[in-house]
Write a protein that binds this ligand. Structure first.
Ligand SMILES: NC(=O)c1ccc[n+]([C@@H]2O[C@H](COP(=O)([O-])OP(=O)(O)OC[C@H]3O[C@@H](n4cnc5c(N)ncnc54)[C@H](O)[C@@H]3O)[C@@H](O)[C@H]2O)c1
Length: 248
């Protein structure tokens, strides 16, 4: 049976790589992103279709609960059912604690944490009915060790790891696994904004066991593992995908 997945924030970066990687592994997809990314999202949808898979675009902001509910409704209507949710959408706008406003803090949490909660809440209604589901949350190395300017982001990604654990407890009895991946420094628009200083790039290459920064494709295999039945007895975990920076 063909597996179906929703990937949020899928127009570019890690989300796009996950979409293409799942398509190559035979998944049909519903890809979401914000309205400002519509043309890029449609390009990614076309790339997936060229791989021979069904793919539907959904314009939705994960920070809005009605958009999350509509995303699941449209994905189920368009694909028939949903097996996998990849909560990938996220934002990082660097600001030192002294400069961080309550609005900045709340926006980070609205997307990175409440978005994960709202998409999960919406999709598990459907997954519980089918007694099957795989939820993969994209957390971050920042949940283990953030950098200066990332207090709000590190706190939000730590929250995603905590949410992953409790989701696993609450949904395990319904045949649903919930796991997180914690990518290190990945060369996307977000990754490049985060690491503008060439000296910091050299520093991270040096402290990484593999002596390089990550590419979006480096995140795909671990996500595909958690999305698949190969991980049927693995839940509540947060896996570092950082080339060897942090051990836990
Ligand atoms: N790049 C890195 O170094 C890195 C490291 C660790 C974790 N991550 C995480 O990986 C995920 C993807 O990051 P990326 O590097 O590809 O970043 P990116 O900025 O290139 O892509 C993020 C995508 O999410 C979308 N998005 C933003 N706000 C949204 C919202 N409210 N609703 C729906 N979509 C929204 C964006 O439009 C964009 O398409 C994020 O959760 C990020 O925190 C990235």
């Amino acid at each position: 049976m063909t597996r179906h997945a929703i990937v949020t924030g899928a127009s570019r970066g890690i989300g796009r790589a996950i979409a293409l990687g799942l398509a190559q592994r035979g998944y049909d997809l519903a890809l979401t992103d914000i309205a400002a990314q519509e043309s890029v999202l449609r390009e990614t949808v076309e790339e997936v279709k060229q791989l021979g898979r069904k793919c539907i675009p959904i314009l939705a902001d994960v920070s809005k609960i009605e958009d999350c509910q509509r995303s699941v409704t449209e994905a189920v209507a368009g694909l028939g059912h949903v097996d996998v949710l990849v909560n990938n959408a996220g934002i990082l706008r660097l600001a030192m604690i002294d400069e961080t406003t309550p609005e900045h803090w709340d926006q980070t949490f609205a997307v990175n944490v409440r978005g994960v909660f709202q998409m999960t809440q919406a999709v598990v209604v459907h997954m519980k009915e089918r007694r099957y589901g795989r939820i993969v949350n994209i957390a971050s190395l920042a949940a283990r060790t953030g950098g200066p300017g990332q207090s709000h982001y590190a706190a939000s990604k730590s929250a995603v790891v905590g949410f992953t654990r409790v989701s696993s407890m609450e949904f395990g009895g319904h045949g649903i696994t919930v796991n997180a991946v914690c990518p290190g420094i990945i060369q996307t628009e977000m990754g490049r904004n985060n690491l503008r200083d060439p000296e910091r790039v050299t520093y991270f290459e040096k402290i990484t066991d593999l002596h390089r920064l990550g590419e979006p494709e480096d995140v795909v295999g671990p996500v595909a593992f958690f999305a698949s039945d190969d991980s049927a007895f693995v839940t509540g975990q947060a896996l570092n995908v950082d080339g060897g920076i942090f051990y836990s």
